[in-house]
Design a protein around this ligand. Structure first.
Ligand code: COA
Length: 167
């Protein structure tokens, strides 16, 4: 049985190459492929080795339940992208508790000023999570995503340090 997340029960740690099979299994959870991208093991390893990428794992009560990828923008502007986040199973509060800790990591531990992301307009669940944490919708990036048979819009959202401190 899944235990709901609390601030105490959910912990965050850095991922290593040994965690790639877990990360790939979360990306490929039923129903997730239309919502979140997925890479093969070689691509994950390549990204993990990049200076600008940080892979984080989250555990609830000791059990691995999700991962996120934060990509610091390399222009010296103090901003980062939440490139990927996925937890499984959904709806137990893991995403909320994990994203709160990610925001602390970004703003408090790494002194960044802006965390941005993009999300499919159809991904209502993720959008609610982001709004709950104080992310603000900035607009639509038209036809940004290549999908089989065409292109899709993405909604751009961001959380600023001051939003996070106020929230
Ligand atoms: C998006 C995701 C990370 C959210 O994590 P989660 O643990 O499922 O979310 P939580 O249980 O913390 O719920 C967060 C909010 O989402 C909303 N929510 C919960 N279940 C929902 C559902 N079935 N449908 C729509 N919104 C829902 C609620 O507003 C909830 O906040 P509340 O419980 O305080 O009201 C997770 O569902 C996931 O990995 N989804 C697949 C991958 C994905 O879409 N990643 C994001 C790509 S941009």
């Amino acid at each position: 049985m899944c235990q709901s997340a609390t601030a105490q029960s959910l912990t965050v740690e850095a991922a290593s190459a040994a965690d790639i099979p877990f990360i790939m299994s979360i990306e490929r959870s039923p129903g997730y492929q239309a919502l979140v991208g997925s890479y093969d093991a070689i691509e994950h390893r390549r990204r993990m080795e990049a200076q600008t990428c940080t892979y984080l794992l989250c555990r609830n009560a000791g059990e691995l339940v999700g991962f996120a990828v934060i990509r610091r923008d390399d222009d010296g502007m103090g901003t980062a992208q939440l490139h990927r986040i996925a937890v499984s199973p959904p709806g137990n509060g893991y995403g909320s508790a994990f994203l709160r800790k990610i925001c602390r990591w970004v703003f408090s531990e790494h002194g960044l000023d802006r965390l941005w992301l993009d999300v499919l307009p159809s991904n209502v669940h993720a959008t609610r999570l982001y709004e709950k944490l104080g992310f603000v919708r900035e607009g639509v990036m038209r036809a940004s995503l290549r999908v089989p048979g065409g292109r899709q819009d993405l909604v751009l959202m961001s959380l600023l340090r001051e939003d996070w401190e106020r929230h």
